[in-house]
Design a protein around this ligand. Structure first.
Ligand SMILES: Cc1ncc(COP(=O)(O)O)c(C=O)c1O
Length: 359
């Protein structure tokens, strides 16, 4: 039996997203208990949410649907970000916004510019939509190749996502580069999923450019990756359109409740953000001293390094055999590189100990 003849053509042709393995699977495959696994492969926050939620969670009315207009949550997000209520909408992770925005703006066969290497979800959702993904390789130290991007602009080119800091390279987009792109008559989404680690935002440009959308997440800084909570900041017209096509109950009641608690306790969470950035700096300095390894400066809670003459797969396997899991890539531009997320001080100590034996 084959259902292929019923399927949309571009679904047949698009690969599944290669997401990171969860701790259970890593534990099953490695034979190392999940408590002993050091998971540095998804830029998560190993401190967790640090919130004492057990008592409070019982207040949630889980038999009722959550508010489709997300009033309480948007109000809290407005206080947290300083953007007006009507310029914010929440999503199930920033992933959901990538999907919604692509469906809002790209017709099949429109073009999405993909500044490679970058986060894989932009390409993934664009392909499902039937859009054409045009890769433009980033330049030195992974800065944007504006000349290369300009060359491909035509009336089918509608959209670009720029992660700032970029995953997996860690660099931020310069203001002049962003303004140049905003003047090109395309939708520009600045993905600030790692905003709290670098403190730099382009949110203040949304009133000057109608084509600018900022997206953010609670997955990393707030340690809430498992609850799925993100949000967009943009002009009211675009917010209305996002609300028009989003699932009405896209934010589950637990995620709404916990995100509001996280914002109330932001100072406590920022302390952990600071510790993670210190760990990231330690990993960077360690790798920087190693001959033949190129490590890139990062404004987020991870570092990318090119292993040079060493084999990234072998280093990956060596770490994995000790229960330490980092991220490797099949992307042609970084196929001998590893991305290492910052962990707790104890995890960093173990990581560097093992890396020292391997490199
Ligand atoms: C640049 C970037 N954008 C978006 C996401 C997705 O985040 P979320 O968990 O909020 O869906 C990630 C996750 O790794 C990311 O690195």
């Amino acid at each position: 039996m084959s259902i292929d003849r019923y399927l949309r053509k571009n679904i047949k042709d698009s690969p599944a997203y290669d997401g990171v393995d969860p701790s259970d699977k890593l534990s099953d495959e490695s034979g190392i208990t999940s408590e002993e696994i050091i998971k540095l492969n998804a830029n998560e926050n190993p401190f967790g949410s640090e919130l004492n939620l057990t008592k409070n969670l019982s207040q949630i009315n889980i038999h009722e649907y959550p508010d489709p207009n997300q009033k309480r949550l948007r109000k809290a997000l407005s206080d947290y970000t300083g953007a007006k209520f009507e310029k914010i909408v929440a999503s199930s992770g920033s992933d959901e916004l990538i999907d919604i925005l692509i469906r809002l703006f790209l017709e099949p066969n429109d073009k999405l510019i993909d500044a490679q290497p970058t986060f894989g979800m932009y390409e993934f959702f664009a392909k499902i939509q039937g859009a054409e993904v045009v890769s433009v390789k980033r330049g030195k130290d992974f800065g944007l190749d504006l000349e290369g991007i300009t060359k491909i602009l035509d009336d089918k080119t509608k959209m670009i996502f720029i992660a700032s800091p970029n995953n997996p390279t860690g660099n931020i987009v310069e203001k002049e580069e962003l303004i140049y792109l905003l003047k090109q008559n395309i939708i520009v989404v600045v993905d600030e999923t790692y905003f709290e680690f670098c403190g730099q935002s382009y949110m203040n440009l949304i009133d000057d450019f109608e084509n600018l959308i900022i997206i953010r997440s609670f997955s990393k800084w707030a340690g809430l990756a498992g609850l799925r909570l993100g949000y967009a900041i943009t002009n009211t017209e675009i917010i209305k359109r996002i609300i028009q096509i989003k699932q009405p109950y896209n934010i589950n009641s637990a995620a709404e409740f916990v995100a509001i608690e996280a914002m109330k306790n932001k100072e406590k969470l920022y302390e952990k953000v600071k510790i993670l950035m210190e760990q990231k700096d330690m990993i960077y300095s360690f790798l920087k001293k190693k001959n033949g390894i190129k490590v890139y400066k990062s404004n987020a809670n991870f570092v990318l390094c090119d292993l040079g003459k060493l084999n990234a797969n072998e280093i990956f396997d060596g770490l994995a055999s000790k229960g330490i899991f980092v991220r490797k890539f099949s992307n042609q531009f970084i196929d001998n590189s590893l991305r290492i997320s910052a962990g707790t001080p104890d995890q960093t100590r173990k990581l560097l100990q093992e890396l020292d034996l391997l490199i």
